[in-house]
Design a protein around this ligand. Sequence first.
Ligand SMILES: C[S@@+](CC[C@H](N)C(=O)[O-])C[C@H]1O[C@@H](n2cnc3c(N)ncnc32)[C@H](O)[C@@H]1O
Length: 295
Amino acid sequence: MTATGRSVVAAQARAIADAWSPPGAPESWWLTAATLTAIAEEDPLLDLASAIPPDRLPPLLLAAAVRFLASGSDLARHYPQPGGPQPPRDPAFGAELATFARERHAELAALCAGHRYQMNEVGRSADVLPVLALIGAADDRPLALVDLGTGAGLGLRLDRYHYTYRAADGSQRSTGDPAAAVRIECAVRSGAPPVPARIPTVVDRVGVDVEPLDLSDPHVLAWLAACVPPEAGAVTRFAAASALARAEPARSARGDLLDVLPDVIASLPAEALVCLVDTYVHVFLPPPTWNGSTA
Ligand SMILES: C[S@@+](CC[C@H](N)C(=O)[O-])C[C@H]1O[C@@H](n2cnc3c(N)ncnc32)[C@H](O)[C@@H]1O
């Protein structure tokens, strides 16, 4: 890779580190920020990241590979476990990560070559739920969810989770099953989201993805867990949501959503109101084409 390409990857890693370390960032964000900072600054890590094709999100892919290999090594003590606390900040983490990358270079390179970075953030359901509730309140029909770009399908069971929305003044509103294993917390910075008293009824659900992910495959599950930012809340959410998804698999359709959507919609119950959900798939779609008609 050229020096320019290397500095681009370093800048990408630094930008992600900055996003995880704004003023007032929760203490539990330190490890994600420190990992990306080390990738930007430490040669053994930057060498590995710079060798990854640019379209494969080099800093994030390498961070996932490190997390994957860290299990069973000394490095594992820094990473949170599901349901557990965030291990304390360690200023020597970056140097330790660089040593790990030097020693395990070949394994890390092989992992990066054989995998894609794949983000599954079930917390995004906190954005979707109020919108679905508004739609449900305006229409008597039960809902049928089509989750576009569903990945591992964690957004498909958003009616099974418990949600708490906390405002800056300390007030909060909760909804959903109080006994749910998946508990999503959302900080409200301004305004008041329309948090429903009752979660709308979902009668059918289908995920669409070019590459749906099979959580029953232990290697797939372990890789997806490694892609989760090493932040205690995210790790716990992923573990609970993936356990529910494995226990209650939902339908998925493989293919480009632009091709498979008509058949998917035709397969849904006629009495249901179809809701198409997009949590970060639109960024992968081609720009809209304009056929020149003004009609
Ligand atoms: C950023 S991930 C979001 C995953 C999940 N919705 C979430 O919020 O965690 C985007 C997903 O869209 C899928 N994808 C990208 N382009 C697609 C397309 N044209 N049709 C269907 N799925 C697509 C990818 O495979 C990936 O799983």
